[in-house]
Design a protein around this ligand. Structure first.
Ligand code: BG6
Length: 484
């Protein structure tokens, strides 16, 4: 990390799930790869529980080591844990944040290099209801006060609100305290390797340039599946549902990268300008292009009401009303408690006109980008079946990362994105107008679901979701291919 001076990373909500499972492990990985220098960095945990530094370290220790980093664990782990201090206090108390500021300032004095700038990164691993008071307290008591430069930045996690109105309210409250370049709205899908590869793939390959449009592409699917249910998160989940949890943010962000025009340059603002244009071109979702599902047994969770209509599965078709995409369905599909854990982008091409081989019932060309697990890209092609007969068969051009890039470890999304926040690169973060446009797309449908006007269909755990979703795909023109 190129800037110098002290760097304080403050994780608010330090004993929560997100901090333990994602934020601290990402910081640890950055540390042992040398991106966070012990000469500059200090990490602070802040939360309500009254625990000691050592107790916080004990809580997170088990999440920091896995097979991947086991060999370095003893040395790096104890060095890393020593950098962590804990301050306890409520999320709306002057007193608590004054103490936090004092702890940060002491660290800054001890770590100051000759430039003496002070960099303060606040990571809000908290529910959005406390964003406003916490941001107020940070602004009032904890911002960088060094005359010698530096910065104060805040990282906020989804859900950013529940609908357009609440999201805008949240944005205004935070926007009144911090400038847009200080606010990092994290969507961890933007940190995934193959999501980051999307623009390279599209704009650095001549092959795709003439094909990437309504003349050649029949439909696009962006699919997320998990093979487990809400598992103890029922209370949170029931308030939000799968559209707010996955589709409105993660899948929609991926859609932007698949559908956007070429940006003027790679500057974050140029890229985000193009993403906003895609979102603004999406036309209202029709109820007949939505299938919602809820897995059987979801309501057994005591925190979920018996009559909950909250979807744990949804397929929605988005239509982009512009020159490139008119008429091409973008099918966004997400589900919990499904048959497998998988996320991919599937771009299905149109049939070949004048098919002399009469082979089109074997399947179309389809370009699949597997985001996880086992990152890969493959193109389904029709080829001659090897042998004496002239028979055709579907095969694949396959780029599996595990085989092609043996020995290269793919960074975790959170690692990459936290490094970006320290470097001041907002390319992979959601801008305020992007967030607004994303909520504009889904809010009317979400309100209809909340009122029970669009119903969730029950489906079996471990299945493909409701059969109605497959029928919708068929109606949208998706041609099922082998093995999918
Ligand atoms: C989170 C959702 O944003 O993403 C979770 O809140 C979901 O419900 C998770 O499990 C999936 O992330 P990943 O990286 O495992 O696909």
């Amino acid at each position: 990390v190129s800037e110098t001076g002290s760097l304080s990373i403050i994780v608010l909500g330090a004993s929560g799930d997100l901090a333990k499972k994602k934020t601290f492990p990402a910081l640890f990985n950055l540390f042992h790869q040398g991106f966070l220098s012990p000469d500059e960095v200090h990490i602070f945990g802040y939360a309500r529980s009254k625990i000691t530094d050592e107790e916080l370290r004990d809580k997170i220790r088990g999440y920091l080591v896995d097979e991947k980093n086991a060999s370095v664990k003893y040395e790096a782990l104890s060095m890393f844990l020593k950098l962590i201090k804990y301050v306890s206090g409520p999320y709306d108390s002057e007193e608590g944040f004054k103490r936090l500021d004092k702890a940060i300032s002491e660290h800054e004095i001890s770590k100051k290099t000759s430039e003496g700038s002070s960099r303060r990164l606040f990571y809000l691993a908290l529910p959005p209801s406390v964003y406003p008071p916490v941001s107020k307290m940070i602004k009032a008591w904890c911002t960088n006060k060094s005359d010698l430069g530096g910065w104060t930045r805040i990282v906020v996690e989804k859900p950013f609100g529940k609908d357009l109105e609440s999201a805008e309210q949240l944005s205004s409250q935070i926007g009144a305290l911090f400038e847009e370049p200080q606010i990092y709205r994290i969507d961890h899908y933007l940190g995934k390797e193959l999501v980051q590869n999307m623009l390279v793939l599209r704009f650095a390959n001549r092959l795709f340039l003439p094909l990437w449009n309504r003349d050649n592409i029949a439909n696009v699917q962006i699919v997320f599946r998990e093979d487990f249910g809400t598992e103890g998160r029922g209370g949170y989940f029931d308030e939000y549902g799968i559209i707010r949890d996955i589709i409105q943010n993660h899948l929609l962000q991926v859609l932007c990268l698949v559908a956007m025009e070429k940006p003027v340059s790679l500057k974050p603002e140029h890229i985000r300008d193009e993403k906003v244009k895609v979102l603004q071109s999406v036309i209202p979702i029709k109820d007949e292009e939505v299938v919602l599902g809820q897995y059987e047994g979801y309501r057994d969770d005591p925190t979920v009401p018996n009559d909950s209509n909250t979807p744990t599965f949804a397929t929605t078709i988005l239509r982009i009303d512009n020159e490139r995409w008119e008429g091409v369905p973008f099918i966004l599909k997400a589900g919990k408690a499904m048959s497998s854990k998988k996320a991919d982008i599937r771009i299905q091409f149109k049939d070949v006109p004048g098919d002399i081989f009469k082979c089109q019932n074997q399947g179309r060309n389809e370009f699949v980008i597997r985001l996880q697990p086992s990152e890969a890209m493959y193109m389904k092609l029709t080829v001659k079946q090897p042998g004496l007969e002239m028979q055709t068969v579907q095969s694949e051009l396959d780029l599996s990362y595990m085989q092609r890039y043996q020995g290269v470890s793919i960074p975790e999304a959170y690692e990459r994105l936290i490094l970006d926040t320290i470097r001041g690169d907002q390319q992979h973060f959601v801008r305020r107008d992007e967030l607004k446009a994303a909520w504009e797309i889904f809010t009317p449908l979400l309100h209809r679901i909340d009122k029970g006007e669009v119903k969730s269909i029950p489906y079996k755990q471990g299945s493909r979701g409701p059969a109605e979703a497959d029928q919708l795909l068929k109606k949208a023109g998706y041609m099922q291919t082998h093995g999918y």
